[in-house]
Design a protein around this ligand. Sequence first.
Ligand code: WTA
Length: 568
Amino acid sequence: MTLKLQPLNKTYNLSNYQEVVDNFSWQDVEKQFSWFNSGKVNMAHECIDRHVIDGYGDKIALHYLHDEEEVQLTFTQVKEKTDHLATVLRKSGVQKGDIVFIFLPKNPDCYIAMIAAVKIGAVAGPLFEAFMEEAIKDRINDCDGKYLITDRELVKRVPKEQLPTLEKIFVTSEQEHCIDGEISLNELLRNTVCEDNITEWLSLEDPLNIHYTSGSTGKPKGIIHAHRAMIQQYQTGKWVLDIQEDDIYWCTAHPGWVTGTVYAIFAPWLNRATIVLNGGRFDADTWYSTIEKAGVTVWYSAPTAFRMLKAEGDEILQQHDLSSLRHILSVGEPLNPEVIRWGIEKLGQRIHDTWWMTETGAQLIVNLPSEVIKPGSMGRAFPGIEIAILDDEGNRQPYGEIGHLSIKAPWPAIMKEVWKNKEKFDSYFQFGDWYLSGDLAYQDEEGYVFFQGRSDDMINSSGERIGPFEVESKLLEHEAVAEAGVIGKPDALRGEIVKAFIVLKKGFVNSPSLIEDIRKFVRYKLAAHAAPREIEVLEELPKTKISGKLLRRELKVLEQQRLLLNSK
Ligand code: WTA
């Protein structure tokens, strides 16, 4: 029998799932927005300006912590800063619909840039801070990007000569730190008077942001979302994140990943939350300190992070007072019951799993704080969302049978398009209006969904989506590599790690130093998170007889068999 975890007896924004599901309509959600009557739509307005107009200007909107540095900005200050940057961008030529790439670390400049770009109707394109030259080049060139906002450190990784369409690089620094035509944002801000009424009024269908995401084939694809996504982002923020007026909310993701945009910026600010922003990468002591110092009440992170915290042990945990926490959520990869148990024992909280994808624009399968959790399940459909488990022909599977996790389209946050790739967009819809997620799952009689893996070769390491093709392409550029096949190898801490099988070119001999050199080549050219943690040299790679296509599945089976043997 499945274990059931009962909810705490507290007041939540949604108190009875079934009742809400039975009476739900997206139109009722739309009525919450000022544009429902005015017709004037803009995500930046709903996230920031509206709260100032409603009298919450003095409330803290952003609390940034990094090492010894702490910054707090009120909604009024965020409004002023985003108005000012928006003015500068518009005067610099950025127009409605232009893509503005944002390549910044997790800091206030990054969040301000996101909102400012959106405010003038531009499309925000956040880039993950670990990206190196190749990853940046592929993304900016794919959509002929004209504008980039970055800082004096990260700009060193921008391969300017290989970006023919890029017209302006804005650097969040002084002119003396800018070279080769880079533009100092500090100087521009000093010399520009902030304009009133800078907001570009848009329609719900106008593009909002672009996130590049990996699949099992080809280079990453640009997923475009529209302003209508705010309808679902607002409502999931209210019911799933359960944001209430006094909450201090922290989502640990960088905006380069969709969670770091939607649930670190948009959804909490649509709900007028105070957002915590923590600079730097994972570190247990810093993370616990962040919760303690900022008084975090609602916390959204990922299973690998929870597993890493768990692995750090109790001593470090006991050095911190985490009693402010009242609601914890997880996303991005399977949340093992063991981690849920750790949450209950050590943090005194259930961890609420949620499921969604870059393409879906907002959470679709959720565990709500007022409902029973079945550990191992990602939860149930958000109200207004219809789920089915389909077989290979598109027929519904009975309860308990594994099949393709599919969602009835449309829903408010679904992607608007895949940049310049209608074929890719259409490939999600092989069975009419059922969106095929690529995930395998089963559903029980009560509607709870249990994740069972991917139906393709996409890799999920620490909740970060990695396309094998991108890594293989980079490996092949190394002088010693003749062939490459990349898979996700099961890993207790990270869910999966990137493992590469390679065939060496004639004249090269397998040695630890050569392997390290190949690994670094990917790490420093593409991105740290995509560099294979393991590289194994084979005499040949498995391929199909007729077309000679790489059979990654066989590599995966090989690896799984070995793991099985080792565990015996
Ligand atoms: C996986 C992240 C298991 C899944 C928001 C999906 C999950 C992919 C879960 C999307 C979960 C996401 N349990 N797997 N709760 N949530 N995934 O686009 O395979 O970076 O298709 O979006 O992550 O990754 P993406």
